[in-house]
Design a protein. Sequence first.
Length: 172
Amino acid sequence: MLEDVRAAIRDVPDFPRPGIVFKDITPILSDPRLFRQVIDALVDRWRGARVEKVIGIESRGFVFAAPLAYALGAGLTIVRKPGKLPWRTIKEAYALEYGEAVLELHEDAFQPGERVLVVDDVLATGGTAEAAGRLVSRQGAQLVGYSFVVDLAFLGGSARLGADKVHALLRF
Ligand code: AMP
């Protein structure tokens, strides 16, 4: 079952930089059975959580966020790297291993109190998802949780985000 999904994820050493082992999820996407399995498992986890909006993180997060939102009967919102969103935005900066990155969200993405689920493919240190969560909270929406396909558990992202809020299909 999910072990087939685990086996399909490809380790790419030294990408995008020396020392990083990149978890390539594209073999899941290209296999119709595995892709369906992953989306169905995400839907099973969040079906009862009254999610009103799913927020996908650029760019691989979009791939999982969109079918999840559709299946949950929720709306979809995207957070993007700077300069990509056409409307007025709010921004959050977060630390990378070297330097800093910024995420943007449309300023009218959420209604106050709206129940929001943050989605990305891989949880590493948690900095990216945490910044997305801050954007959600700043708009007065309610953060239901964080959903990932892969958790690189040795990097401690789950503890950083709050383990009770985090779900990942697979841990490495
Ligand atoms: P982080 O903010 O450290 O949790 O990094 C998470 C973001 O970087 C996600 O958008 C991931 O897609 C990407 N990412 C970080 N590390 C990896 C990795 N080893 N393999 C694949 N994606 C990664």
